[in-house]
Design a protein around this ligand. Structure first.
Ligand code: 26V
Length: 833
C-alpha cells in the first residue's frame, strides 16, 4: 500500500520501517545507501510525526466543534529542546522505532543525536513556556501556544582563549521535520503610517458605520505573518495541541508596487526588511535596549495571534462571548502590546464602544511577571511607539487617561497618580509595559511565592493596594516527561519498580518513595543510578568537549544564564579559595573532597562583565588543571554551549545544585526544581522557588546559607561596603588578591581588573557579604557527602518530596486561579472514517 499510514493499527517494527523508508525515498528523495545521517534523522522524525497527526485532527475537531474555552499562551520564546525523543515517548513508539531501525542496521540513539534543538528562547522564561505547553497537552486543556519562528535561535557559544564567541544558530539548515507551514493562511500585519477620521465603512458593525470611538489606522507598510504549526503531543492521552509560530514574509502587493516602478533593488530591499522581523531571537541583554526591531517582533506575532484567535474562538460568533471562549496569558511584558491591539480590533474594526471593549479586553487578559530587576522591566519610548504603531499609542494614552482619572476620582493624590502612570515622563516619555499589563489584565501573577509577595510589596505595590484581588501566585514547574522520564531513564526505571508508572502524569505519587528511603537495597539502586548518570556525562563530555573527568567525585553543578545577580562569582571565589589553600599549604590535598565543579552558562553578547566572568572561570579551570597537587581532587568543567540537550545529561549526574542568587533577585528559577527531582541536594539562598523547595524537602536535606531578602535590603539601605568584608576575611582577601595578582592570567594583573574592582567597590549583588556563609555551607556539604548513606537518604527525600514542582501542578493552579478553562479530552473521529 505504500504511502498511506494506517494509524489505526498499532505499528509494528516492520510497518514502521516501511513508513520510514517511504519518507526517505519518496519525500526526501534519497536512497538508503546515499542517505546522510541527517537525511535518516529527518525521515525518522517525519515517520514519527505521522503518528501524531490523527490525534491532532481529533483534538482540533473536538475543540473547535464544542464551545470550549481555550488558553492562548502568548510568548516571545519557546525553548523547546529536541523533539524526536519526546514525540516517541508520547506516541509510545520508542521501542518500535528502535527495533525497526535495528533491522535496517541503524541506531535510534545515533539518529537522535543528529537533531539540532530549536533554541527559540534565552533561558528560564522560554523553557517554562515549553514545559507549560507540554503540560497543557497532557492535561487535555484546549490551548494554543503562539510565538515567533526565529530563523536563528539563541546563539551557539564557543570559547576562544577562554572567552565567549558567538556563532549564528542555523537550526533550520538541515531541514525542519517538525513544522507544518501554512503560507495560504498568512495574516497581514500593518506598521507605521497615520490615523484619521474613519470613513463610513466600519467592517464589523451591522450597518457598516464606524463605531462611536473608532479611528482609522492607515499603516505605512505591511508584512505577512505565515503560521507554522508544531504538534504538541500530550503524554498518555490522545490529545495533541498546537504551537503556532509566525514567520515574516514580504507582502506581494508591497513588493510588486515597487517592482513595477522599475526599482528591482528597492523591491528586494523591502523584502529583506520585512523578513528581518523573524530573523533572530534577541539575546537578553544587560540592558533592554529600545530596539525598534524588537518592538516590531512583538507586535508582529501578537497581531497575527490575535487575529487567529478571534477567528478560531469566535468564527462569526458574538464578540461579547470573547472572555468565555478564550483567555490570553501574557508571558512577561513581551506580548503586552496585545492589550491595545485587542482594543483596536474591538473599537476600530468591530465598532464596539470604548467602555464595552475595555471590559471585554480586561476580562480576557492576564499577565505573568518574571522578574524583579528594575532594569529588566520593558519600557518603549513614546517616540518609537508613535512612529511604529500610531493608533496603539493613541489607545494607550486613552487607557492611561481614564485610569489616572479614576485614581483621582477615588481620592488618589498627585504623587501616587504620577507613580502609577502607564507613561513615564523622565528621562524620556515612555510606556511602562508592566503597568499597562497590570491595568489591562484580570490577574497578575508572580512565579514563586516569594516573588509574588515582592511584586505586591515593591515592584507593583501601588497597584496591589488598589486591586489586592488582582494579584496571585503560581509557582513555576517543570515537565517530568522531559526532565525525569526522558533525561533520567535509570531513575525512571527505579521509580516505576518502586511506586508504579503513574508518577509521569501524577508527580505527587513520588511521595511513595519516602517509605523506601531507609531501605539499603533501594539506596544502593538509587546510588547506582547516580553513578551510571555520572559515567554517561563523563563519556559525553569526553567526546563533546575533550574533557577528562573522574566519575568518583562530588558533582557540583551551576548551570544557568550568566548574570551577576545569579552570582557565578561566588562559586568562583569558593573554587579559588580551595585552590589557594592547597597552594599555600593551609589545606592538605588529601583532605579536599574530590569534586568536579561544572559550569554551563551563556552571557548576553553585549554584557561585558558576564563575558569577563566566563573568561575567569575558564582561566581558573586551566590553572587548576595544570597543578598536579589538585589532580583528582578539584577540577572545573565548563562545556561550551549549554542548552536543553546538555541540561538533560548534566542534571541527572549532579550531586549538588548551586542556587546561590542574592535573595530577592531570582524570580523563581526552574533549574533548581530539575536538580531536586533528579536527586541532587541544593546549596542555596532563600530566593525564588528555593524557599518552597526547602520547605518541602526539609531543612535537613537542603544547604541553606546567606542573607534573607529583608537582610539584603537592609544592608543596601545602610550603605553596603564590600571592602569591609574583604578586609575582615583573610581567606576572601587572599582569594581576591590571587585573582588580582595575575595568577590565573599568566601573570597579567590587568586581565580581571574589571571584575576585581567591581567586587571591591560596587558588588551590587553582595557576593562578598555572603562569601563566608557560603564557604561554611560548603563545609557542611563536604561533611554530609562523607557519609554516603545519609547523603543518599537526603537525595531520595529530595526526589520523593518534589512532586509539587511538576508543571502539571502549575497548570492546575493557572486553571483554578486564573483561566477557568475545563479540560476537553479529544474524541476519536477516525482519520479515515
Ligand atoms: C532580563 C534582563 C534584561 C536586562 C537586564 C537584566 C535582565 C535580567 C533578567 C531578564 C530576564 C527576565 C525574564 C526572565 O527570563 N525571567 C526568568 O523567568 C523564569 C521563569 O519564570 C524564572 O524561573 C527566572 O527566575 C526568571 O529570571
Amino acid at each position: 500500500m505504500g504511502r498511506v499510514t494506517d494509524t489505526h493499527a498499532a505499528p509494528t517494527p516492520s510497518s514502521f520501517a516501511e513508513e520510514f523508508l517511504d519518507e526517505l525515498h519518496f519525500e526526501l528523495g534519497v536512497s538508503r545507501e546515499t542517505a546522510s545521517p541527517t537525511d535518516l534523522y529527518v525521515a525518522l522524525a517525519r515517520a514519527v510525526r505521522r503518528h501524531l497527526v490523527e490525534g491532532w485532527f481529533d483534538t482540533l475537531s473536538t475543540q473547535l466543534g464544542g464551545d470550549s474555552k481555550f488558553v492562548a499562551y502568548l510568548s516571545a520564546e519557546y525553548l523547546l529542546g529536541r523533539q524526536l525523543e519526546n514525540a516517541l515517548l508520547a506516541t509510545g513508539l520508542t521501542e518500535v522505532a528502535r527495533d525497526a531501525l535495528d533491522g535496517l542496521g541503524l541506531s535510534l540513539d545515533e539518529l537522535s543525536e543528529q537533531e539540532v534543538e530549536p533554541g527559540l528562547g534565552n533561558g528560564g522564561l522560554g523553557r517554562l513556556a515549553a514545559c507549560f505547553i507540554d503540560s497543557l497537552a497532557t492535561m487535555d486543556v484546549p490551548a494554543v501556544g503562539y510565538g515567533i519562528r526565529y530563523e536563528y535561535g539563541i546563539f551557539r557559544q564557543t570559547f576562544v582563549d577562554g572567552r565567549q564567541v558567538e556563532q549564528a544558530d542555523d537550526w533550520l539548515a538541515l531541514g525542519s521535520p517538525w513544522e507544518i507551514p501554512h503560507p495560504e493562511m498568512a495574516v497581514t500585519v500593518g506598521f507605521g503610517g497615520h490615523t484619521e477620521e474613519p470613513a463610513g465603512t466600519g467592517e464589523g458593525t451591522a450597518d457598516g458605520a464606524p463605531g462611536p470611538d473608532a479611528r482609522q489606522w492607515v499603516p505605512g507598510w505591511t508584512v505577512e505573518a505565515v503560521p507554522y504549526n508544531y504538534l504538541v503531543p500530550g503524554y498518555g492521552t490522545r490529545n495533541v495541541n498546537t504551537l503556532r509560530l509566525w514567520s515574516a514574509r514580504a507582502t506581494k502587493a508591497f513588493n510588486l508596487e515597487i517592482f513595477n516602478s522599475g526599482d528591482y533593488e528597492a523591491a528586494v530591499r523591502g523584502q529583506t526588511y520585512a523578513e528581518n522581523i523573524s530573523k533572530v531571537l534577541y539575546p537578553e541583554d544587560s540592558t533592554p535596549q529600545g530596539k525598534e526591531l524588537r518592538l516590531q517582533q512583538q507586535y508582529f506575532f501578537v497581531a497575527a495571534s490575535l487575529a487567529d484567535t478571534i477567528a478560531r474562538a469566535l468564527g462569526d460568533g458574538d464578540l461579547h462571548a470573547l472572555p468565555d471562549r478564550v483567555v490570553f496569558q501574557l508571558n512577561d511584558t513581551h506580548p503586552v502590546i496585545a492589550i491595545p491591539e485587542m482594543m483596536r480590533l474591538l473599537v476600530d474594526v468591530h465598532g464596539l464602544g470604548w467602555d464595552e471593549a475595555w471590559d471585554l479586553t480586561r476580562r480576557s487578559f492576564n499577565y505573568t511577571c518574571h522578574t524583579l530587576l528594575p532594569e529588566a522591566l520593558e519600557i518603549w519610548s513614546v517616540d518609537l511607539l508613535g512612529r511604529l504603531l500610531p493608533r496603539h499609542l493613541e489607545i494607550i494614552y486613552r487607557i492611561n487617561e481614564e485610569f489616572l482619572a479614576s485614581l483621582r476620582d477615588s481620592g488618589g493624590n498627585e504623587l501616587q497618580v504620577r507613580r502609577m502612570s502607564i507613561i513615564q515622563e523622565q528621562p524620556e516619555r515612555a510606556v511602562r509595559m508592566a503597568y499597562l499589563a497590570t491595568v489591562g489584565s484580570t490577574k497578575v501573577n508572580g512565579v514563586a511565592a516569594l516573588h509574588s509577595q515582592l511584586l505586591r510589596d515593591a515592584v507593583l505595590h501601588d497597584f496591589s493596594d488598589l486591586w489586592p484581588e488582582k494579584f496571585t501566585n503560581v509557582t513555576n514547574g517543570i515537565t517530568p516527561r522531559r526532565f525525569v522520564r526522558l533525561a533520567n531513564p535509570g531513575l525512571s526505571a527505579l521509580l516505576d519498580e518502586t511506586v508504579g508508572t503513574g508518577w509521569v502524569k501524577d508527580l505527587d505519587q513520588l511521595r511513595g518513595l519516602e517509605a523506601h528511603a531507609e531501605d539499603p537495597e533501594f539506596r544502593r539502586g538509587f546510588r547506582d543510578v547516580k553513578a551510571a548518570n555520572k559515567q554517561r556525562l563523563v563519556d559525553l563530555l569526553a567526546t563533546r568537549d575533550g574533557l577528562h573527568l573522574p566519575t568518583d567525585a562530588l558533582y557540583d553543578v551551576m548551570v544557568k544564564r550568566l548574570h551577576e545577580y545569579k552570582r557565578q562569582m561566588l562559586k568562583v571565589l569558593h573554587v579559588v579559595t580551595l585552590y589557594d589553600q592547597v597552594r599555600s599549604g593551609a589545606l592538605d590535598p588529601a583532605d579536599v573532597t574530590p569534586r568536579v565543579v561544572v559550569f554551563g552558562a551563556k552571557a548576553a553578547p553585549g554584557y561585558r562583565m558576564a563575558k569577563d566572568i566566563i573568561a575567569l572561570v575558564n582561566a581558573v579551570a586551566a590553572t587548576i588543571d595544570a597543578d598536579p597537587a589538585l589532580a583528582g581532587r578539584l577540577q572545573i568543567a565548563f562545556p561550551a554551549n549549554y542548552n536543553v540537550t546538555l541540561a538533560e545529561k548534566l542534571i541527572p549526574a549532579a550531586d549538588l545544585s548551586e542556587q546561590i542568587s542574592l535573595a530577592g533577585k531570582e524570580a523563581s528559577g526552574t533549574g533548581n526544581m530539575k536538580f531536586a527531582l533528579n536527586g541532587a541536594l541544593t546549596i542555596g539562598t532563600l530566593d525564588g522557588a528555593n524557599v518552597e523547595i526547602r520547605d518541602l524537602v526539609g531543612d535537613d536535606n537542603f544547604f541553606l546559607f546567606g542573607m534573607t531578602e529583608p537582610e539584603a535590603e537592609a544592608l543596601g539601605q545602610a550603605g553596603y561596603d564590600p571592602g569591609s568584608f574583604y578586609e575582615q576575611d583573610p581567606a576572601l582577601k587572599s582569594a581576591i588578591d590571587l585573582i588580582a595578582s595575575g595568577a590565573f592570567s599568566h601573570g597579567d594583573p590587568t586581565a580581571f581588573e574589571s571584575i576585581v574592582s567591581d567586587l571591591l567597590w560596587k558588588d551590587r549583588f553582595m557576593v562578598l557579604a555572603d562569601y563566608r556563609a557560603y564557604l561554611d555551607a560548603q563545609s557542611r556539604v563536604e561533611a554530609a557527602y562523607a557519609d554516603p548513606d545519609a547523603w543518599t537518604r537526603s537525595a531520595i527525600l529530595n526526589v520523593a518530596r518534589s512532586g509539587f514542582f511538576s508543571s502539571d501542578r502549575s497548570i492546575r493552579d493557572y486553571l483554578d486561579r486564573i483561566w477557568h478553562a475545563p479540560a476537553v479530552p479529544a474524541r476519536s473521529n477516525g482519520l479515515r472514517d
